[in-house]
Design a protein around this ligand. Sequence first.
Ligand code: C2O
Ligand code: CU
Length: 538
Amino acid sequence: KTIPSIDFVLNETSYTRLCSTKNILTVNGLFPGPALHVRKGDRLIVNVQNQGNYNVTLHWHGVKQPRNPWSDGPEYVTQCPIKPGANFSYELIFSTEEGTLWWHAHSDWSRATVHGPIIIYPKVGTNYPFPKPDAEFPIVLASWFKGDVMEIIQTALANGGEPNISDAFTINGQPGDLYNCSKPGTFRIMFDFGKTYLLRIINSIMNEEMFFMVADHNLTVVGMDGAYLKPIKTDYIMITPGQTMDVLITANQSLSHYYMAARAYAGVVYDNTTTTAIVEYNGNYTSPLAPVFPNLPNYTDINAVTNFTRRLRALASTQHPVDVPKVVDIRLVITLSMNTLPCANNSCDNGTRLAASMNNISFMYPKVDILQAYYKQIRGIYKTNFPSVPPYVFNFTADDVPDNVLTPEKDTRVRVLKYNSSVEIVFQGTNVLNGAENHPIHQHGYSFYVVGFGFGNFDNETDPEGFNLVDPPEMNTVGVPTNGWAAIRFKADNPGVWFMHCHLDRHMSWGMDTVLIVKNGTTRLTSMRRAPSHLNPC
Ligand code: C2O
Ligand code: CU
C-alpha cells in the first residue's frame, strides 16, 4: 500500500501586520501553515522543498515516530539542515496519538512563522470519548515580530543579551483588535446557538506560556498533547509553548459577539499584551458595539497557573488506559538554570552572554547530527556522560545561590538509556541568576506521564509519596513551575536519538537542552529503522 504524500514548499511570502509589511518564511505561502489531517495509526510523507534563504528542518511535535528518529527533525540532532534549494522527505508514523498536535520548523527561530496544526482523528469505527462536536476550529497562538526573526536571535546571541521576545501575539495569524492597524484582520468564528464546537488550541508562541479564555462561555478541556483527559470545566486554560489542548465550547449565551483572548503568564514583565479573536453568533439581532471582553487572569497570577494545572488528569478508561511505570529502573534529576558564559572572542557587550543549562551543561550543537554520528559510529561528535544528578547540590530555589554554579560547562553530552527501561525524571527549577521561571520541557519521541509537581526543592523522601500513579496526565511538554519541580515517568520503548529541551525558544537557544539516546532492543522490531537512502549533508 502506498503512503499518501503532500508537498510543503518553504518560501518567503509578504505579510502585513502591525502597520508594516515584511517577508516571512512560510509553508505553501500560509501563516499559520497548512493543517495535516490524519487518523490514528496513519502514515504520511511530507516532501519539503526549501525555497527560502535559510537552512531549515521540520519537526512533528508530539508525533512519537516509533523507531524512526530519521524523520523527527531537530537540526544537528537527528539531521543536517535542508539548505536553501534542497529537498527532504519526512515519513510521519502516527501510533498512539489521538487529538491535536502540531508541526514546526526546528532550526534557529524559524518556527516563529513556520508552524501548523496536526489533527489526528480516531480510527475508522472508533469515536471520541465525548459527544461528537458539531464543528471544530484550530486555534493557533503565535508570536509576531516586526524584525527578521533569524536576525533577532543571531544578534542577541552575538551581543549576549535578551532578544526581543515578540511584538505581538496572534490567534490564527492575526494580532486582533487591541493592536495597531490590526482591527480589519481580526480572526472570527461563527457560532450557531445550541451547537457545540471543538477548539483545537495550539501554543506555538516563542517565549511565553499563555492564559486563554472566551468571554462568558465555559470551556471543557477533554484532551491535551494528543491524549484524552477527564473533562475539566473551567473558564480559562493555561497552556505552555509546545502544548495543545482540545476544548469543547457550547454556544449557549445570548446572540451577540464575544472576544476570545490570550495573554502571557510571566513572573516578570515581557510582552503583557493581549491577542483577541471574535466569536460571533449567527442570527438576526443587534449586538452591542464592542464584543464582551473576558476577565483573563493577570499576567503575574501564578495561582491561576497552578490551580488549572492541578486539575489535569488522564481519562484512564478501558479504551484509553494509563500505562505509567509503577517501578522505576532509572532515576534522573535534571536542574534547569539560567546562567552566563564568557563570549567567544569577546564579542559581547560586557564580556559575558546569557546562557541556560540542564545539570549545569549548556548544550552545544555538534557539527554533524547526533543521530548520524550514533548510527555510523563517528567519534568525537558527542559525549555520553550527561550527569544523572546535578553536579552541585545546593538550595536550588533560594534567593541567593552560590557563585560556582553560575557558569555551566559548554558541551554536547547525551544520556544513553537501555531499551525498555522505566525512567523517572525530576526536573528541578533553580534560581541561579535569579532566573526562576516556568520551563516548558519537551521530550521528542515520547509522551510521558506527569506524576507530580510542586514548589521549592524536590524532596526524594516525601514528594514521591504524593505521586499520582492512577490517572497522571500524558503530555509531551510539561510546564516545570517557577522555583519548583515536576516529575515524569515513561517506558523507554522507542529506540532512537531524541532531543529534550525547554520550549521557550530563547532558553533553547541558550543551551537548556539535552539528548536521550534509547538503545535498540534485541529484535528488528525493537530496533531503530535503517537510515533512509537520502540524508542531507551537513
Ligand atoms: Cu516543539 Cu523540539 O520541539
Ligand atoms: Cu526554559
